[in-house]
Ligand binder design. Structure first.
Ligand code: FE2
Length: 316
């Protein structure tokens, strides 16, 4: 049986992608951002997910004002790279998992979430920047990726509550898939930022930290935030954070926060990143199936206590 073992959130600032592509990571400005993801890369290299579901938003690469699906699931074998601004990034083609994606589509749609299915779809920095931040710059991405594009550009985006419940439906779908797979769900976008209008340049660190705290401990509170509240507090583009709630809905009610990083700014955006692990036995099972002897792992209770004590929080 497939299991969702963890969730990751990360901003997807396009300038981070440009910094990677132009080899500027060592510059002091960018070092501050990239050093926050060093431990995350170690974490994901240990966890070795079999598949990642990446929730992101398209930036007029696959879709335009002509066609605006609220939830678009990538069911293709592969997803070519495209982008606005700096153009397509020199990153590997994203390979999908059409079998699992079709299973998720069937389960979720029959669960009354009406997804748009994309058998052909280009993906942009919204998806590739978080992949780079977590996996570095490999020649090929280490596992199949199932893209889930969410409309957060054209009003009205889905509510946070709808996103949270979609996460739950995705979890149910994954857990009814017969193959033994470890799945990690990414929620991308945010944190506070506004790129145009009178409030351009807005960053609200106080709100961002509270959002991160609630994401771990009290996500239901976040599902009650209206779009207006999100935009007032986190800027017009801060509304992207509803996507994080899909990731959170796919996890247990109680999770272990194993890592957090926050820095401002990157370009004009607050960068927030968190890693949450499920406490369910399945996570232990899934990790044991990676070939590592389960006996060497601490008992779940101790592991949870250790995880809570060891949460790495980096702010700059
Ligand atoms: Fe974005």
């Amino acid at each position: 049986m497939a299991r969702i073992i963890a969730g990751v959130t990360s901003s997807h600032v396009p300038a981070i992608g440009a910094a990677i592509d132009n080899h500027r990571q060592a510059e002091p400005y960018w070092q501050r951002v990239f050093r926050g993801f060093e431990r995350s890369k170690e974490w994901i290299a240990k966890v070795k997910p079999d598949v990642c579901i990446v929730v992101y938003n398209d930036h007029a690469s696959a879709f335009s004002v002509e066609m605006i699906p609220t939830f678009a699931l990538g069911t293709a074998t592969e997803f070519p790279i495209a982008d606005e601004g700096w153009g397509p990034r020199p990153v590997p083609v994203v390979k999908g998992d059409p079998e699992l994606a079709s299973h998720i589509a069937q389960s979720v749609i029959l669960d009354e979430f009406d997804l748009t299915l994309c058998n052909k779809m280009e993906v942009d920095h919204g998806l590739t920047v978080p992949l780079n931040l977590m996996f570095g710059s490999p020649k090929e991405w280490p596992c199949p990726i199932i893209p889930l594009a969410v409309n957060v550009v054209q009003f009205p985006p889905p509510t946070g509550n709808r996103c949270f419940n979609l996460g739950k439906a995705i979890r149910k779908a994954v857990e009814s898939y017969p193959k033994d797979l470890k799945v990690v769900v990414f929620g991308t976008g945010g944190m506070s930022h506004q790129i145009s209008g009178q409030r351009a340049g807005l960053i609200n660190s106080k709100f961002d930290h509270a959002f991160l705290d609630n994401l771990t401990r009290n996500p239901k509170k976040l599902t009650k935030l209206s779009h207006l509240e999100l935009m007032r507090e986190a800027g017009a583009e801060g509304v992207e954070m509803v996507m994080w709630l899909i990731m959170r809905g796919a996890l247990d009610d109680k999770v272990d926060e194993v890592y957090r990083f926050y820095t401002v700014p990157a370009s004009n955006t607050a960068v927030g990143h968190i890693i949450l692990e499920n406490r369910i036995k399945g996570a232990k099972k899934a990790l044991a199936k990676s070939g590592k002897p389960a006996s060497k792992k601490p008992a779940p209770k101790l592991k949870r206590a250790a995880a809570r004590a060891k949460v790495d929080r980096i702010r700059s």
